[in-house]
Design a protein around this ligand. Structure first.
Ligand SMILES: Cc1cc2nc3c(=O)[nH]c(=O)nc-3n(C[C@H](O)[C@H](O)[C@H](O)COP(=O)(O)OP(=O)(O)OC[C@H]3O[C@@H](n4cnc5c(N)ncnc54)[C@H](O)[C@@H]3O)c2cc1C
Length: 436
C-alpha cells in the first residue's frame, strides 16, 4: 500500500504499538492523546510470552526488561494453603517467563520509540467525533473545537470507556463488572519473589502481589498489591478505619504485613474498575478499533496489555497485506477474531470464579487442582495464561504475522516458532501476509 496518513486516538499500549509499527512501514502517523502529558500512572502489568514476542520483534524487549521483574510462575493459594493456581512458564519451553513491569516504564519505552520513528504525538487533544468512515478521507474534531482533516484512516485506541467506538454502526455493548480491585505500588523491602502470588478465600477475598520491576524514576524495586473489592462497596471501605481493613488483609495473608503496615491513608489505594466490551466486528470503512476500546475485559487473566501489543502488530501486518485501507481493516478484524474471541470468552467465564459472592471458590479450587494434575489440561492452562491460545480445541496457536520491520530478538528471547514446535499444535500458515 502506498504511504497513508493515519490518525490514532489514544496514547496507551495499543495506540503506541500501532503507531510504531505503521511508522516503521513508512506511513505517516499522528497520535492524539487527551492527557496533557505522559504520566507515570498505573500499577504493574504482567507481560506474557505473547506480548513479549511483540516487544522482541520491535527490538524493545531488552529495554523493557531492564526495568522489569522476571516472573517465572503464578502461585495462587486458597485459605487452606492449597496450591490452586500453579503455572510455571518454564514448562512451555525451558527459560520461558513473563515480565512484571510498571505501566509507566512500559509506556515510556513505547513513547520514546514512537517519537524516534517520526510519530507526531499531540497531547491535550481529546477527540470528540470523526467524519463519515466511508467517505474519501477522515477528519477529526477535538472537544475544544479544533478540526484535523486529511487522514486516510482512523485507529480508535482510546481504552475501555471509548465514546468514539459508539459512533460506528457496529453492534456493541459495554458491561461493567460488579467487582474491581484496589491497587497500590509498594517499594517496601522484603517482599521480593519471582512469582506473581495470590491468596483467595472462596471467591470473596483475593489478594495479589506482583513483582513490578523498578519504581519509575528510581532504582527501587517495587511490587503491585491488589485487593479485590465490589465497586458498590468502595464508599463503605473508604468510610471504615483503615486499621480494620489492614488487620483483615494480614489475617488472610500474614506475609503482606510489611507492605500493609506502610499504608497510612485510604487514598494510597486506587480503585480500578473493569468492563466487558463486545463489538460484533472491529472495522467500518476507514476506521478500526483496537486495544481495550475493542475488547476491554477483566484483568483476571492478565491479558489486556498483551492483546493490545499483538493488536498493534497485526494491524500493521494487515495494512501491509492489503492494497486498500477498508480492505486491510476488514482483514485485520477477520484475522484477529480467533485469538481475541478466545480471551474474551475465557475472561468472562473465569472472572466470577475469582470475584463473586457466590460459592464458586470450592468449584474453582477443585477444577484447577484437577487440571493441574493432568498433563494435557495443565499445558492448556499454561498456554492460556501465556496468551498463546486461539480457540478451545484444535486451535493453531498464536504466531505473529511476518513484518519487514522485525529486529534481532533479545538475548533471552524464546522465538515463538520454537514455542510452537514444543506445543501440541503445528504453526499456522502466515504466508498470506508476505504474498498479498
Ligand atoms: C491511567 C491508566 C492506568 C492503567 N493501569 C493499569 C494497570 O495498572 N495494570 C494493567 O494491567 N492495566 C492498566 N491499565 C490498562 C492497560 O494499560 C490496558 O489493558 C492495556 O494497556 C490496553 O491499553 P489501551 O491502549 O487499549 O488503552 P489505555 O491504556 O486505556 O489507553 C487509552 C488512552 O486513550 C486516551 N484517550 C481516551 N479518550 C481519548 C480521546 N477521546 N481522545 C484522545 N485520547 C483519548 C487515554 O487518556 C489513554 O491514554 C491502565 C489504563 C489507564 C488509562
Amino acid at each position: 500500500m502506498p504511504t497513508q496518513r493515519f490518525a490514532i486516538a489514544g496514547c496507551g499500549t495499543a495506540g503506541l504499538t500501532a503507531a510504531i509499527t505503521l511508522a516503521r512501514l513508512g506511513h505517516r502517523v499522528s497520535l492524539f492523546e487527551r492527557a496533557e502529558e505522559p504520566r507515570a500512572v498505573g500499577a504493574g502489568i504482567l507481560l506474557q510470552p505473547s506480548g513479549l514476542q511483540v516487544l522482541d520483534a520491535l527490538g524493545l524487549r531488552d529495554e523493557v526488561s531492564a526495568r522489569a521483574s522476571r516472573v517465572d510462575r503464578l502461585d495462587g493459594r486458597n485459605q487452606h494453603d492449597r496450591l490452586v493456581m500453579d503455572v510455571r512458564y518454564d514448562d512451555l519451553v525451558p527459560g520461558a517467563h513473563a515480565l512484571g513491569v510498571h505501566r509507566a516504564n512500559l509506556l515510556h519505552v513505547l513513547y520514546q520509540t514512537a517519537l524516534s520513528v517520526g510519530v507526531e504525538i499531540m497531547h491535550n487533544s481529546d477527540i470528540s467525533e470523526f467524519s463519515d468512515p466511508c467517505g474519501p478521507q477522515v477528519s477529526l474534531t477535538l472537544t475544544d473545537g479544533t478540526r484535523h482533516a486529511g487522514f486516510d484512516a482512523l485507529v480508535i485506541a482510546n481504552g475501555t470507556h471509548s465514546h468514539l467506538r459508539n459512533q460506528l454502526p457496529i453492534k456493541q455493548s459495554m458491561t461493567p463488572y460488579p467487582w474491581g480491585a484496589l491497587w497500590h505500588i509498594s517499594s517496601v523491602p522484603g517482599l521480593a519473589s519471582s512469582a506473581l502470588r495470590q491468596h483467595y478465600n472462596n471467591a470473596k477475598v483475593m489478594i495479589g502481589l506482583m513483582p513490578s520491576g523498578l519504581l519509575p524514576g528510581t532504582e527501587k524495586p517495587c511490587q503491585s498489591f491488589f485487593w479485590s473489592l465490589k465497586v458498590k462497596d468502595h464508599a463503605a471501605w473508604q468510610a471504615q478505619p483503615l486499621a480494620a481493613w489492614k488487620e483483615q488483609v494480614c489475617t488472610h495473608w500474614p506475609q503482606t504485613e510489611p507492605l500493609v503496615a506502610a499504608l497510612q491513608q485510604h487514598d494510597q489505594l486506587q480503585l480500578a474498575v473493569y468492563a466487558d466490551v463486545r463489538l460484533q466486528r472491529w472495522n467500518h470503512g476507514r476506521v478500526v478499533v483496537i486495544g481495550d476500546a475493542a475488547h476491554g475485559m477483566s484483568p483476571q487473566l492478565g491479558q489486556g496489555a498483551n492483546l493490545a501489543l499483538v493488536d498493534g502488530w497485526e494491524l500493521a501486518a494487515a495494512v501491509l497485506a492489503r492494497n486498500e485501507i477498508s480492505e486491510a481493516f476488514a482483514y485485520y478484524s477477520k484475522h484477529r477474531r480467533a485469538h481475541l474471541r478466545f480471551y474474551q470468552l475465557a475472561s468472562r467465564a473465569l472472572t466470577p470464579l475469582f470475584q463473586s459472592d457466590r460459592g464458586y471458590g470450592l468449584l474453582r479450587d477443585n477444577l484447577f487442582c484437577a487440571a493441574n494434575a493432568l498433563p494435557y489440561s495443565r499445558r492448556q492452562a499454561l498456554r492460556t495464561v501465556a496468551g498463546l491460545k486461539t480457540g478451545l480445541l484444535f486451535e493453531r496457536g498464536l504466531l505473529l504475522s511476518p513484518l519487514p520491520i522485525a529486529t534481532a530478538p533479545a538475548s533471552d528471547a524464546k522465538p515463538l516458532a520454537l514455542m510452537h514446535a514444543l506445543s501440541d499444535e503445528s504453526p499456522p500458515d502466515n504466508s498470506h501476509c508476505a504474498s498479498d
